[in-house]
Design a protein around this ligand. Structure first.
Ligand code: DC
Length: 223
């Protein structure tokens, strides 16, 4: 039987950084579900399909195939046979992913893939609806969050380090807009599962978050 850890939370809470580190330590597979939504978004952008046209998005979904594979332990996202892992991290793709993820047709496809992975492998899976919808029976559920100001600052520092010119206020505004969209959509909105443990990382560094996560996992597993 496989063991599943579900991590949900808003954009920029540190989910993927932490989940990756923990997966390596525990020998689990890390599944980044946001990357799957981003790959779908990439397809719609590449093909000029407008996010607000549900009928066109629905038609287009039939022609989209998203799968994942692993290279040196890193998740790769394959879109219709092309590895798009290096293309999906832009703000444009993130925004499009958040916009099109409101459509059930987009979600159904990806949720199926996510459940199939969790069935056969020990996974740490992160996203917005993992503990609530994708893996309601996950062994451990953690809801990771931080204030929008802290999340914006982290993102700003990450981009500045990469030499990208950006504006802190705009980043925080984008984060607040994205939170609103992800939390208020009709299908599978972002929310803390009733049985998830809440961890606010606003005052913690990466080591501190990993330490807390391990404590939570040990506690839940021995309860
Ligand atoms: O985690 P991320 O920033 O890569 O996710 C991009 C968008 O994809 C996010 O704003 C909403 C959507 N998403 C989702 O609806 N459900 C998930 N499980 C993961 C992501």
């Amino acid at each position: 039987m496989s063991y599943n850890i579900a991590i949900d939370g808003p954009a920029g809470a540190g989910k993927s950084t932490i989940a990756k580190l923990l997966a390596r330590e525990l020998g689990y597979i890390y599944v980044d579900t946001g990357a799957m939504y981003r790959a779908m978004a990439c397809y719609f952008l590449q093909n000029g399909i407008p996010a607000e046209d549900e009928a066109k998005i629905t038609d287009a979904c039939a022609g989209v195939d998203v799968t994942i594979s692993y290279r040196d332990g890193e998740q790769q996202v394959i879109l219709n046979g092309e590895n798009v892992t290096g293309k999906i991290r832009t703000e444009e793709v993130g925004k499009m992913a958040s916009t099109v993820s409101v459509y059930p047709v987009v979600r159904t496809k990806l949720v199926e893939l996510q459940r199939a992975l969790a069935k056969t492998e020990n996974v740490i899976m992160d996203g917005r609806d993992i503990g609530t919808v994708v893996l309601p029976d996950a062994d451990v559920k953690i809801y990771l969050t931080a204030s929008s100001a802290v999340r914006a600052k982290r993102r700003y520092e990450e981009l500045t380090e990469k030499g990208v010119d950006c504006n802190l206020e705009e980043i925080e505004k984008d984060i607040i807009d994205r939170d609103y969209r992800d939390m208020h959509r009709e299908v599978s909105p972002l929310k803390q599962a009733e049985d998830a443990v809440l961890l606010d990382t606003s005052e913690l560094d990466i080591d501190g978050v990993v330490r807390e996560m391990k404590r939570i996992i040990a506690e839940v597993c021995h309860a």
